[in-house]
Design a protein. Sequence first.
Length: 337
Amino acid sequence: MTHELPKAELHCHIEGAASPGLVVEQAAHYGTDVSAFIDGDRFVWHDFTSFLAAYDTASSLFRTEEDYARLAESYLASIAAQGAIYSEIFVSPDHAADAGLSPLAYVAGLGEGIARARAKHAIECRMIVIGVRHLGAEAVERAARFAASGPHPLVTGFGMAGDERIGRLDAFADAFSLARQAGLGITVHAGELAGAESVRDALDHIAPSRIGHGVRAVEDFALVERLAETTTVLEVCPGSNVALGIAADFASHPLAELVAAGVPVTLNSDDPPYFDTSLGHEYAMAAQAMGFDDAALRRMTRTAIEAAFVDEQTRGELLAKVDSQSTIPCSRPEEGI
Ligand SMILES: Nc1ncnc2[nH]cnc12
Ligand SMILES: [Zn+2]
């Protein structure tokens, strides 16, 4: 049983963490019809493009600082109940701007939600500003400049998500170097919708300490060896990969192959309600369908904390929690997580 294991995640899009129930509440508040993309307690989409459309529409229903504070607090409370001690959330100023909120108000609202969750549930969280690849290099550079300006003490990283099939990665190199020069941690989505060459491009042009997904590196074993040699940490999201058809099922997901090759990996939920998952479910499936034992799962949590974009004192405190061998009280053991 994995439900009492300490857990940590490095890869969750905060807009993608809004539950259908919360989005329906927001829609009622703003007088919007969401029946085209929410059916009961499920988001409706059928491929990456329609997933992004549902995601963008749901995001547009979070419009004020308090909306974002509620979103962050409710999400962090939900994973603390599954045993999470640390979360890094991807935050997208472009989505906030589309909803009419300034980037500063956006991170202030999220920061407030994080502070409330920390006080009530003892969970740590940091924000990684992301640029959206399919909005183009100029938009991604704008997001990087915002991240580099020091908009909130909990903004500690910069990354890029969006449609990986669009644009060349070298076009975004300037955005990443200005974020790096500002002292931010760097991660980039690669090797999810596109193959091994995309992971190689990320190493060649961005040299991040972490890669979002990266699992399609298994198409090229020399590249897997390079990831292991450079200790590039993969933010692996098996449930997302299964939902989007990148892996057929959990049992045949390449996570075990990456671990066997010595690549540092972490477990993550990406956009949990869209992909019918949660951080707890990812740990449970890694045990039940992929055969990882408690020690291996605890190592993945440790890898996440080691690769987290946090100050060294916080890292030390979090590692002590992981290493104490203690279990984390879990309020929802009945879900088998
Ligand atoms: N899985 C994913 N891949 C790329 N961009 C995203 N934005 C939100 N979820 C994403
Ligand atoms: Zn992602």
